[in-house]
Design a protein around this ligand. Structure first.
Ligand SMILES: [Zn+2]
Length: 364
């Protein structure tokens, strides 16, 4: 099996197009045409993890955080990033990062976070904007089913838990070809009125070239009649953070004790207790201080995230309990999810969970 075949499974788990613009995801080091010997899944691809990959004969390291994040101009081994990269290249080890591609996924980082806490009825906290487009095409009735199915096959028509979604209406199309035309119905210079079906489907914008390919391959007209629009709709199933409900309301202190236990946190920093029961809980694994207002707007009783600064605790504004449970801790089960996903899709292949603890933060 080549590394690129494993990458296609990783992309199925978390399409790279879901990643945030600032991010650096995908294959960071290595050649995708190399034969894969094994996969080591970790949180951070540090030098000790590369050593572990060498010892366990894995030439692909799949990490959550991209070790290469900002541009570097020299690779001399003067810091922890350069040392990891140097060692990986010297030992022919590829590195692939998932990061916000999985943060934004409905089944990703924050779903894993919610499930660890037993939250139900989960929804995306900050649905992604400008991600959906609409294709409208017109064809003869005899071509409609084949064309529709080809568009579905290319990924169009998926809305939440539904697939093969489209809207179809009948109408009359008109046209007249010139001397160079070769019309499917009628002759050159003939004004034609023809029964047509208008097919409307929505799709995630990164699929556009695939969908256009299917459209052009399966449409019978010499000039394919189609329109594409950007939609203002939010994508309800992609985005950062998640909000869900505890089965039963809990006291604030008991709730944070539960979080501490379930997320194996060594310490939780939190805003002042409000004497209210906690039931609606928003989460955002990793650095989530930017989403405090979204959690308040969504009516959360508590917001769990990490990397909060002193002043940011004031932003709770006595509306909710704001808690910093630790960056690593809030994302800690992500690597297990990646391992499980890969093992389900790739049978009889070495997919190993790293045993290195890469959390740089220690507690007394
Ligand atoms: Zn993170």
């Amino acid at each position: 099996m080549k590394i690129k075949e494993i990458i296609s499974v990783l992309e199925e788990m978390a399409p790279l197009a879901y990643a945030e613009d600032f991010d650096n995801v995908g294959l960071l080091v290595g050649n995708q045409n190399t034969e894969a010997s094994g996969v080591l899944v970790c949180h951070d691809a540090l030098e000790n993890v590369i050593d572990e990959a060498i010892a366990k004969n894995c030439n692909l390291v799949v990490c959550f955080h991209p070790i290469l994040f900002s541009g570097i101009k020299k690779i001399t081994g003067k810091n922890y990033v350069e040392r990891a990269i140097l060692k990986a290249i010297k030992n022919d080890i590829a590195i692939y990062a998932v990061h916000t591609a999985l943060d934004n996924h409905q089944q990703g980082v924050n779903k894993i976070f919610c499930e660890a806490l037993g939250l139900k009825k989960t929804e995306i906290l900050i649905p992604k904007q400008n991600f959906i487009r609409k294709l409208i095409t017109y064809t003869i009735p005899e071509n409609a089913e084949k064309l529709r199915n080809a568009l579905f096959e290319a990924g169009a028509g998926k809305i939440g838990n539904y697939e093969d979604c489209s809207f179809n209406s009948k109408g009359i199309g008109t046209y007249m070809g010139n001397e160079n035309s070769n019309p499917e119905i009628g002759e050159r210079f003939e004004f034609v009125e023809s029964d047509e079906i208008k097919i409307e489907v929505t799709f995630e914008k990164y699929l556009e070239s695939k969908i256009l390919k299917a459209l052009f391959k399966n449409h019978v007209y010499e000039e394919v009649a189609y329109e594409i629009y950007d939609l203002q709709n939010q994508h309800q199933n992609i985005g950062l953070g998640m909000i869900g409900k505890l089965e039963n309301p809990m006291d604030e202190k008991a709730f944070l004790a539960l979080v501490k236990e379930k997320m194996q946190a060594d310490g939780i920093r939190h805003s002042q207790f409000l004497g209210k029961k906690i039931q609606k809980v928003a989460v955002l694994g990793g650095s989530g201080s930017f989403a405090v207002k979204n959690a308040i707007q969504a009516g959360a009783d508590a917001f769990l995230t990490a990397d909060l600064k002193y002043h940011q605790f004031y932003e709770a504004e006595n509306q909710l309990i704001l808690a910093d449970i630790g960056h690593f801790e809030s994302e800690r089960y992500t690597k297990n999810y990646i391992v499980d996903f890969l093992r389900k899709k790739i049978l009889n292949f070495a997919i190993i969970l790293s045993e290195e603890n890469t959390n740089p933060v220690k507690y007394l």
